[in-house]
Structures are given as structure tokens and as C-alpha cells.
Design a protein around this ligand. Structure first.
Ligand code: G
Ligand code: G
Ligand code: MN
Ligand code: NA
Length: 252
């Protein structure tokens, strides 16, 4: 309970920050940045995101955290755009958010308020959005998509009966979970899983991003398998805003 109260205050005090991790195509083009929350507690130090996200989920604070992340990320996108850096940003949203009434409308209003085009925002969801009320989730996602917001299916392969969901969810991108990518270069089965996922995604007209790419060999394998973009420490870890700006500028 202590940590929950602290998280509430941390959000109000802007103690929670966003770091940004690039998604890069094989030709070097920066396809986008993923916003990832970071919280450095004044006494406990760095609190792992998994830990406080779980607290936010179970306490009902998640909508507040998501609003905070969307607000911060869109403010940053607007700032970058004003500086001539036109890079789309992806925000992770939880199943809870997708089931919150009016979510699609509130995202649209927030975009308008920041003067950011919908195409500059991507939302990363997981298959778990379909666990509660699949129809409602599909309606919300359709509303967001109709507005021009791009949807990405995160952690692909770790949910349940993924293939059914792929047909029901209006997503334009699929992210292969890093548990399949990590040993891609050394494990033949993981290699086959990734190959099939890339082919499946392409046959459905989706872009494929591989997460957790840490070495050149994996990068090369993914390129040869026809993957569209990669994310991982080989390219860059999540960086604070100023470092991200410098990284983007150095890329040209
Ligand atoms: O890279 P990292 O340790 O930050 O991420 C841990 C987990 O927390 C990942 O599964 C990531 O999707 C999730 N996460 C990071 N930032 C956010 C956020 O702003 N909102 C939500 N819902 N999840 C996030
Ligand atoms: O599931 P999600 O996409 O939200 O996860 C992002 C998480 O993955 C964050 O915790 C981030 O720090 C972590 N991450 C990003 N790149 C790498 C990588 O190359 N290797 C590993 N092991 N973790 C990574
Ligand atoms: Mn993600
Ligand atoms: Na992921």
C-alpha cells in the first residue's frame, strides 16, 4: 500500500519519467520510438516497471498512469515536431484502458490538444485486451484506427490462441516477443517460430518488429527472414528524452 500511495504522489510530482527506445528498419530508418515508464523513488531508488505497473493495474490507478504517459509522450512528440524531428511514438496501453468507456475519444481529444496528427501515435496492446469483453475491445480499437491511430500487437506469441486474435484485432504491426528472438540464432525451433510469424504477419498485411535484439547475428537472421524492423540493446536501450533527441540528430 505504501508504494501505491507513493506512485500516486510520484505521478502528481512528475517523478515518473518516460524513456524512449527506437524501432529501426534494416536500412537504418527510424520507424518510431517506444515510450517506456521509469520511476526513481526518492528512498527506494529505481522501481522496476513490471512492479509498479502491476500495482497500478490492481489498484485502479492504471487509467491515471496511462493518461500521464499519453500526455507526456504527446507533449514530447509536439516538442520534437517543432524542432523538425518527425518521429512517431508508441505508447503501451493496458487491457483496462481499452475497456474504459470513451477511451478512443479521449485519445483523439488529447492529440488535437497537442496539435499532433494521429499518424504520429501508435498504441501497443497485448492479446489480453480480448480476455474481458472482446467485442468492446474490438470496437474501441476500431474507433482509434478510424481516427488514424496505429495499433501494434505487443509480446506476440505469449498470449493465448494468438491466431484467432490476429483476425479480430485491427492492428497494423506485430511485435515478436523477445523470448523468441533471444535465442533465434542458436535455437532452430525459435528460428522456425520467428520465420512462420513473419510470414503469417506479412500474409495478413502487417509489419513485423522483433524485440530484444542484442547481437549482430540475430540482426542478420531477422533481416534474412524478412522482418521489417528491430528493437533492442544492439540498436539502443531506452533513453531519457534529451539523450533520445541527440540520438535522433546523430542519425540524421
Ligand atoms: O522495458 P521495461 O522494463 O521498461 O518494461 C517492462 C514492461 O512494462 C514491459 O512489458 C512494458 O510493456 C511495460 N511498460 C513500460 N512502460 C509502460 C507504460 O507506460 N504503460 C504500460 N501499460 N506498460 C508499460
Ligand atoms: O513488453 P515490452 O515491449 O513492453 O517490453 C519492453 C521491455 O524490454 C523493457 O523492459 C525493456 O527495457 C526491455 N528490453 C528492450 N530491449 C531489450 C533487449 O535488447 N534485451 C532485453 N533483454 N530486454 C530488452
Ligand atoms: Mn511494448
Ligand atoms: Na514486449
Amino acid at each position: 500500500l505504501g508504494l501505491l500511495g507513493d506512485l500516486r504522489r510520484a505521478l502528481d510530482a512528475h517523478e515518473v519519467q518516460l524513456h524512449y527506445q527506437p524501432k529501426v528498419r534494416f536500412d537504418g530508418h527510424v520507424a518510431g520510438l517506444e515510450a517506456l515508464v521509469r520511476w526513481v523513488h526518492p528512498e527506494r531508488g529505481r522501481v522496476p516497471p513490471d512492479e509498479f505497473i502491476a500495482i497500478a493495474e490492481s489498484s485502479g490507478l492504471m487509467p491515471h498512469l496511462t493518461e500521464y504517459v499519453l500526455e507526456t509522450a504527446l507533449g514530447q512528440v509536439a516538442k520534437w515536431r517543432s524542432e523538425g524531428l518527425f518521429v512517431p511514438v508508441a505508447v503501451n496501453v493496458s487491457p483496462r484502458d481499452v475497456h474504459t468507456p470513451g477511451f478512443a475519444g479521449s485519445v483523439a481529444a488529447r492529440l488535437a490538444r497537442h496539435g499532433v496528427p494521429a499518424g504520429a501515435l501508435q498504441l501497443e496492446i497485448t492479446e489480453h485486451v480480448l480476455l474481458e469483453d472482446p467485442q468492446r475491445a474490438a470496437d474501441t480499437l476500431a474507433g482509434l484506427t478510424a481516427h488514424g491511430v496505429k495499433m501494434s500487437l505487443d509480446d506476440f506469441g505469449t498470449g493465448y490462441s494468438s491466431l484467432v486474435h490476429l483476425r479480430r484485432l485491427p492492428v497494423s504491426e506485430l511485435k515478436i516477443d523477445r523470448s523468441f528472438v533471444a535465442r533465434l540464432a542458436v535455437d532452430a525451433e525459435d528460428g522456425e517460430i520467428v520465420r512462420c510469424t513473419v510470414d503469417l504477419a506479412h500474409s495478413l498485411g502487417l509489419l513485423v518488429v522483433a524485440e530484444g535484439v542484442e547481437d549482430d547475428e540475430t540482426w542478420e537472421r531477422l533481416r534474412d527472414l524478412g522482418c521489417d524492423a528491430v528493437q533492442g540493446w544492439l540498436v539502443a536501450a531506452a533513453m531519457p528524452p534529451e539523450e533520445t533527441t541527440a540520438w535522433l540528430r546523430a542519425r540524421g
